[in-house]
Design a protein around this ligand. Structure first.
Ligand code: RTP
Ligand code: MG
Length: 139
């Protein structure tokens, strides 16, 4: 299987709760190599653009407010089958449905404040990575 990349964010809830170190440890222990990494904060306009695909959904306003309310950790990760394996590692969107041992089962509070993001396709991983990082920040 080919080595490829995914994009993740540790969301404001998990940063506020002090879980950056534990989540990064779980990610690297699961075989992902960190290609890019930073603590940053999205403006309201950034979050609106990043989540534009959800703009017609009822939770869009809440999602934008949540994702821009404090710092996040943005990262690009590399592994064989990265996109699918990372979504398995984070678990279902709603932590109530997430499997034991997944990051959302361990750290998410609700379907909205769910600790981590994971890209849903190779194409979106590239778009989302480029949203947050310049070429000089990817290794
Ligand atoms: P993500 O994009 O963050 O990795 O999450 P996902 O693919 O599992 O879920 P998605 O459908 O893409 O939704 C994006 C984010 O919107 C928030 N959400 N809130 N209140 C709600 O019903 C609801 N549904 C989704 C979550 O933060 C979700 O991760
Ligand atoms: Mg998604």
């Amino acid at each position: 299987m080919a080595t490829n990349r995914t994009f993740t964010m540790i969301k404001p809830d998990a940063v506020e709760d002090g879980h950056i170190g534990a989540i990064l440890e779980k990610i690297t222990a699961s075989g992902f190599r960190i290609v890019a990494l930073k603590l940053t904060q999205m403006t309201v306009a950034d979050a609106q653009e990043f989540y534009a695909v959800h703009s017609e959904r009822p939770f869009y306003g809440e999602l934008v407010e949540f994702m821009s309310r404090g710092p996040i950790v943005a990262a690009i990760l590399e592994k064989e089958n990265a996109v699918e394996d990372f979504r398995t590692l984070i678990g279902a969107t709603n932590p109530a449905d997430a499997a034991e041992g997944t990051i959302r089962k361990m750290y998410a509070k609700s379907v909205g404040e769910n600790a981590v993001h994971g890209s849903d396709s190779d194409e979106n991983a590239a778009i989302e990575g480029a949203f947050h990082f310049s070429g000089r920040e990817m290794f």
